[in-house]
Write a protein that binds this ligand. Sequence first.
Ligand code: PLP
Length: 640
Amino acid sequence: MSITGKNKNWTVDDAANLYGIKKWGAGYFGVDPNGDVVITPSGGDNGPRVSLHEVARGIEDRGLAMPVLLRIENILGSQIKRLHTTFAKVMEEIGYKGVFKGVFPIKVNQQEQVIEAITQFGEKYNHGLEAGSKPELIAAISMLKNREACLVCNGYKDEEFIDLGLYATKMGLRCFFVLEMPDELDLILKRAKKIGVRPLLGLRIKLSTRADGLWAESGGETSVFGLNMSQVIDVIDRLKKDDKLDCLQLLHYHIGSQIPNIQDIRAGVLEACRIYEELVKEGAAMGHLDLGGGLAVDYDGSKTNHPSSRNYSVEEYCYDIVETIASVLDKANIDHPTIITESGRATVAYYSVLLFNILDVTTATPNPIPKELPKTTYDLLDNLMETYTRISAKDFQECYNDTLFYKSQAQQLFKHGHITLRERALADDLLKHILLKIAAVMAELEHPPSELAEIEKLIADVYYGNFSLFQSMPDVWAIDQLFPVMPIHRLNEDPPRTAIIADITCDCDGRIDTFPAYPHTRETIHLHNLKAGEDYYLGVFLVGAYQETLGDLHNLFGDTNVVSIHVHEDGSYDFVRELEGDSVADVLDYVEYDIKAIKKRMKDFAEDSIRKGFITVQERRQILRHFNEGLQGYTYFEKE
Ligand SMILES: *Cc1c(COP(=O)(O)O)cnc(C)c1O
């Protein structure tokens, strides 16, 4: 509903502030003077700029329909570079004698194109991979060519998993087996002897440190992963007995993803350093300290310890880690280890944007108020009219309270048969007029009261987007994850409507109704009116981590089309990889339908319909053609 929209002096800077793009965009996204979202893949104002709206149109011109997951490859490269160069800079400043080697945990985005791009961009930094299962390990070995990079194996390992890793070791890859359970040790040593290679071993420990945030359960003593201290001692003793302490070269912990508070990161690394020190004193070779993931993404741009934010920069993250390790180990006179982090989220989140078009809008605009109200036995309608006329900056609060009372009265009177459907509809319209007027009055105030958000929600339009929340951003549904959303064009126009966004699954949870705002989140978003004959595009940003594989086939909406672009220094760009999304037949096949049998049953039914006189032979042909085309089509809404 229209609350803003009165601003004649609207500029693209107002749009940038409204949607907070500079706050959450990490220098990769901005707004250009003609109102499009621009991508600046080098981060910041230097380097090439590309209009996201132009890219979206280019994708459609190439025949790929919305929704599309767009990957901007350079952003991935920039993120890997940012992490490595920042660590290198901080290490130099502090005089750290070890090096940094990142690894990418495959579980965060297993798509072949993503892992391929990571190993390419990561090559010169010796960026490695982390695998937690057999399929991930096979994927990793097949991608990682760099023998200086680390390949870290977490997770429970059976004989086959172990053999795979040992063969990788034999071919010269730095493959670490991280023990999650003490019993894995015997099997690894047994298989290593058989295959004839010395395994590289690591320990995953349970820290007592717990991190705040949505993944707090990953850390602390009650975490299900890792060895407790007495198990660590057991492992040491067994290695000592076998004279294999030289194989133990890595200490690992992971206290959770998306750690919003830098204090927790500091506390974790401090505790781990103490254990590292003790392991060295026990005679283990060591040399690698692996801090796991947790480097957070500032999804809402608030720079706070809110679960969807982080109260630190990458510089502070690196500085606190390097500084803590150096100071603890210097005191104990122990060499500085190679630092490994398993940053997944922060590495890939920024480089994917989900693009979709708006299909339809249900507006909350009520019918005009009639000149004369119908006579009813109850004075509800007159009371509503009186309230409407009365609203002013002085008594809007009282009017709002009255309105809430009349609202429930209207529902009660209708339920008990005292007013007709027409009267109820009129009452609803009047209620909306009142709320609109109150909202307009509130919006004018210097400090709009907190009820404004409540009212905006009541009078919000619903914008129906051509996407499935469950497929493309399942964490919104599962854990109330916040992602920034905004129109990717028309940002030079004041967006006059207040809305929530619904997807095209027929599930009432398929909606986005929490948006980044400052200082708090808000439950509605300002959007533009649709223009006849022109598509309206929105983007959901920072969706590169975790969403693709966790996404599911709710309502049988399948994988979206995926396009990657590579931006050149002069601002031109290539469409480098293209993946067609699922067809209707693909998703039916996932749920075990036999497509041939479907076609046969359809033919039989059409034949039966001819026999019984429902359709003609010509109609049969037309119907079956249509049906077959339907099977080949995209699962999302297609334009004619
Ligand atoms: C999930 C996971 C990660 C990735 O964490 P991010 O917060 O995405 O960086 C790293 N290591 C382990 C062991 C994990 O389970």
